[in-house]
Design a protein. Structure first.
Length: 303
């Protein structure tokens, strides 16, 4: 009887320990463990960060980073297999779909700022950009002041359209601001002369110009609506265990030298599907950021 009691007690203790270990997981990690799946939010036209190739598969710099995070999550949870689900997001839907649990990571070109950090979290910075505008050279829009009284487009739900709106009011530009559903539509408006300029992150403008029918017809402004701002992969707020895994994965990637190789793959070499080369070598500021990864939203910390 005594031996049976000991065995029974040991079995009960083992079961309790197993339950305790299972209960230790919270938030996204718990959900991923239970479902065996993680969902990545992707953009369809944010070249070269997150966009569709000829087979409608999402690819890009941010997508590659997210797959490195997936590998780290799989290792953390000791999973033999981890299904990766892909869900499209736009500038307007990316935060709501992340917040409501539809996607677990947003893999794109999203600016990390203090206002957004009230709603969601970011991992370490993977790019630095400034908000500028693209216009046709023939229109001679040489400075922000030259936009006065004209129609200017920007993508709905972005920091860029907010910056344009603020500059419009502060400078009395009387600009007709047109919100577009995505970057491709916004650029098309400039291409077809429905707007004289498109305000967006400079690297995204460079990719749109490079992929256009007549790249030499366009110029990206020297004037900027912002200081250099950080991009980060988004994840849900108040999920410290998941953020620890995500931050660890991105920091390991950036500091290992693999981050630089990944950058070069998408910014200094020909990329699918059209063989575009953005010819945008890594900046000294981003090199410094890769050496000492940070999720800071403060533009002044990236000097």
């Amino acid at each position: 009887m005594k031996r049976q009691y000991i065995i029974g007690y040991a079995l009960a203790a083992a079961l309790s320990a197993g339950q305790a270990n299972a209960e230790e997981l919270t938030g996204t990690l718990k959900n991923v463990k239970e479902t065996g799946a993680i969902t990545l939010g992707f953009r369809d036209s944010s070249i070269p960060f997150s966009y569709l190739d000829d087979s409608q598969k999402p690819i890009g710099f941010a997508m590659d980073i997210c797959y490195k995070i997936v590998d780290a999550v799989k290792k953390e949870l000791k999973l033999d297999k981890l299904e990766v689900k892909l869900n499209p997001v736009t500038s307007s839907t990316r935060i709501p779909l992340l917040a409501n649990g539809t996607v677990d990571l947003e893999c794109g070109s999203t600016t990390n700022n203090a206002e957004r950090q009230k709603q969601i979290s970011f991992t370490n910075t993977h790019f630095l950009t400034a908000s500028r505008y693209v216009s046709k050279k023939a229109n001679k829009i040489d400075a922000i002041a030259d936009l006065k009284g004209k129609s200017v487009v920007s993508t709905a739900g972005t920091t860029n359209i907010k910056q344009l709106t603020e500059a419009n009011a502060a400078r009395g530009l009387n600009v007709n601001i047109i919100p577009a559903k995505d970057h491709a539509e916004a650029f098309l408006m400039v291409e077809t002369d429905r707007a004289v300029a498109f305000v967006m992150d400079d690297i995204l403008l460079a990719s749109l110009v490079a992929g256009s029918k007549a790249p030499d017809d366009y110029v990206i402004s020297k004037d900027a609506f912002s200081k250099p701002e950080p991009y980060g992969i988004m994840l849900r707020k108040d999920d410290p265990a998941f953020k620890k895994v995500v931050d660890g994965a991105t920091a390991a990637l950036y500091t290992s030298g693999e981050g630089q190789k990944l950058y070069d793959k998408w910014f200094t070499q020909k990329i699918p599907p059209k063989g575009l080369n953005l010819n945008a070598p890594i900046s000294a500021e981003l090199k410094n950021e890769f050496a000492k990864p940070s999720d800071s939203p403060d533009p002044d910390s990236y000097k």
